[in-house]
Design a protein around this ligand. Structure first.
Ligand SMILES: Cc1cc2nc3c(=O)[nH]c(=O)nc-3n(C[C@H](O)[C@H](O)[C@H](O)COP(=O)(O)OP(=O)(O)OC[C@H]3O[C@@H](n4cnc5c(N)ncnc54)[C@H](O)[C@@H]3O)c2cc1C
Length: 406
């Protein structure tokens, strides 16, 4: 069976490796002329790491990133609200790891090239459209650099792994736009001394008055003990104009709310000022759809279920999709396989998209700000107990991991 994978990102490469393990030889068509280490930090949750372990790359990912031992929540005055163990420390079978997204991508690329052969990962090819008939799919590509249309290709199955701006999805949902709820974000990386345990995933403040997510993603091998710290600043405003995608900005371009965040355990303005690069980004997703599979074509990863990056779950769900679609193709005829994949994955992923909008992990910080007001507290237990906060945290996990793990 000739399987064409459109997009060589996290979903596309993980799907290609999973398919090869099941005896297929798919071809990946990637728009970028060269796959480079792009992006900033990403967290590989234990249920995602389980998938990477099955692909044989867990050890490499652990070595390239930093394991999270705990997750802690603070108000915007630097006071700790709640903390819990993470990854192996929380009894999971797999670690939770912060890593540079580009490093994760390159580890997947090397594995895909090893198992499939480099000729099966074709870069510099932009998908522009497809048609289906009874026997298969005709795919239209252009040369990304010259813009020239290439001779059409035929495949038995097409997997649209082309991300949040998917052209494959657009074929089936031509009028669809992004959903933007007024949340803008700024992402940066800063070289600095380890924060707290050195393996702490940190959420500070609330989306309404300014929020930051901070976690380490790499060590420096020069004996300095420094970490590369990934941070994301976010704020919601009803009259916000949507940030550009990946535009490089300066520290002064960030909202002023973070300028007073000098805590005894972290100096946020210094971290922002010391960033090697900062990019702006809008927090967007798309309204869930009730169909991903259309005959011999389906959607995988962000093209199927773009979600707010609030629970570290986007790439996790992409790599679970990758395994399930490969499993179904290995046992069923193409159209049935893609329907079975959709039946298994769509309800779980749509639920996460909605949960990430309405009840994300940082609901803890929002709830505390609602109860205490936008001011420091003397005794948090007067407002909410640690058990109640744990229930909020567990609520997200139940909604977003347990059902989605399959
Ligand atoms: C700020 C931020 C933080 C995040 N943090 C986390 C996190 O901590 N944990 C987590 O699990 N997830 C996180 N995510 C989500 C994660 O990055 C995505 O869910 C994941 O990258 C999805 O993989 P994908 O392969 O579907 O899409 P992508 O990785 O975007 O790959 C799509 C690929 O398709 C290619 N492509 C696009 N159009 C075409 C075309 N027309 N023809 C050919 N190729 C094409 C692109 O060049 C790209 O290589 C975060 C996302 C953001 C924005």
């Amino acid at each position: 069976m000739e399987i064409a994978i459109i997009g060589g990102g996290i979903a596309g490469l993980a799907t290609a490796i999973n398919l090869k393990k099941r005896g297929f030889s798919p071809t990946v068509y990637e728009r970028a002329p060269e796959i480079l280490e792009l992006g900033v930090g990403i967290t590989i949750l234990p249920h995602a790491m389980r998938e990477h372990e099955a692909l044989g790359i867990q050890a490499e990912l652990v070595a390239a990133g930093i394991e999270n031992v705990e997750s802690c929540f603070f108000n915007r005055f630097g006071q700790k609200i709640y903390g819990e163990p993470r990854g192996l420390s929380a009894g999971n079978a797999n670690p939770e790891v912060g890593i540079h997204r580009g490093r994760l991508h390159l580890v997947l690329l090397r594995k895909a090239q090893d198992v499939l052969g480099t000729d099966r990962i074709v870069t510099g090819r932009t998908f522009t459209g497809l048609e289906q008939d009874a026997e298969g799919v005709t795919i239209h590509l252009t040369d990304t650099v010259s813009g020239e249309a290439l001779a059409p290709l035929r495949a038995d199955v097409v997997l649209g792994c082309d991300g949040v701006n998917s052209a494959v999805r657009r074929q089936f949902y031509p009028d669809e736009g992004f959903a933007f709820a007024g949340i803008n974000t700024w992402r940066g990386v800063t070289r600095m001394k380890p924060i707290l345990t050195g393996g702490t995933y940190i959420r500070i403040g609330s989306i309404r008055t300014g929020k930051m997510v901070v976690y380490p993603i790499a060590r420096f091998d020069d004996g300095s003990g420094d970490h590369l710290i990934n941070w994301v600043a976010e704020i919601q405003s009803p009259d916000a104009v949507m940030n550009d995608w990946n535009r490089k900005v300066e520290p002064a371009d960030l909202p002023d709310v973070f300028s007073s965040w000098h805590f005894d355990w972290l100096d946020v303005p210094a971290m922002i000022a010391g960033a090697s690069e900062i990019f702006e980004y809008p927090m967007v997703d798309r309204d869930p759809v009730d169909r991903w599979s259309f005959g011999r074509v389906t959607l995988v990863g962000d093209s199927a279920h773009p979600m707010y990056p609030r629970g570290s779950n986007g790439s996790a769900q992409a790599v679970i999709d990758a395994r399930v679609v490969a499993d179904r193709l290995a046992t069923l005829p193409p159209e049935e396989a893609l329907k079975a994949y959709e039946a298994e994955r769509l309800p779980a992923c749509n639920k996460i998209v909605v949960t990430n909008r309405t009840a994300p992990p940082d609901l803890i910080n929002i709830r505390v700000e609602e109860l205490v007001g936008d001011r420091p507290f003397d005794n948090l237990d007067d407002f909410i107990t640690q058990d109640e906060l744990r229930a909020l945290s567990d609520g997200y996990k139940t909604a977003a991991y347990a059902k989605a793990e399959t």
